[in-house]
Design a protein around this ligand. Structure first.
Ligand code: SAM
Length: 199
């Protein structure tokens, strides 16, 4: 089993994410601090990594394809609702959400599946809601971030212009920014944060 494969074990993934979880979610938390939400759908929620950082006042539903991750999250975080499901075909009966978070899912999916996920998100977005996407960027030049991107479990880490080409036909951009996730000042992941609405 390669190092990145062992991240499929929920406890190992949570440990690995300890270094990055807060940095990764920071732009989303900053954006939503001045525009709070009531109901959040966390698509590709993993073992509940994001749940820890969200306001306890919101209603939370997380969906992930991994039964093992969902079992782990359900046992740990009883105030959230965690469902096993495919993000390209979300369960119909989960209702609408004013906040939809897609954090580090799309780099596991090819273009077609990625578009299907965003289309599903749009179907479940309330009229005043926003879709928030955080994903890693493939750097143009050799770097630690480039090396980690190539070694990642997700086979579809895209360059910045490829992400834009994928998302812009579906969503209007209200905010776009990038940042580096660092450990000991080493730039490990180049990430973007996108907030938008359906076209
Ligand atoms: C890198 S993890 C991200 C987990 C969490 N969102 C985070 O930020 O740490 C990617 C997640 O996407 C899930 N996933 C991959 N394909 C999926 C699909 N088609 N539907 C739902 N979840 C999927 C994986 O099981 C995994 O939990």
């Amino acid at each position: 089993m390669s190092f990145f494969k062992i991240l499929q074990i929920p406890a190992v993934y949570l440990l690995w994410q300890k270094a990055f979880r807060k940095q990764k979610l920071q732009p989303f938390l900053e954006a939503t601090s001045s525009a709070p939400f009531d109901r959040i759908l966390d698509i590709g929620c993993g073992p509940g990594v994001n749940f820890l950082s969200l306001p306890s006042s919101c209603t939370y539903i997380g969906v992930d394809i991994s039964a093992e991750y969902i079992k782990h999250a359900s046992l740990r975080y009883s105030s959230g609702q965690f469902l096993v499901g495919d993000a390209t075909q979300l369960p119909l009966n989960i209702g609408k959400f004013d906040c939809i978070l897609i954090n580090s899912l799309c780099h596991h999916l090819d273009d077609q599946a990625c578009c299907a996920v965003v289309s599903e998100a749009i179907q479940h977005l309330s009229s005043d809601g926003h879709i928030h996407i955080l994903e890693p960027i493939l750097p143009n030049s050799f770097s630690v971030a480039g090396l980690l991107a190539v070694m990642d479990r997700g086979r579809f880490i895209r360059k910045e212009d490829e992400w834009r080409r994928l998302l812009e036909p579906l969503l209007t951009t209200e905010h776009y920014s990038t940042n580096f996730l660092k450990v000991l000042r080493i730039k490990c992941y180049h990430m973007f944060y996108f907030r938008g609405r359906p076209r």
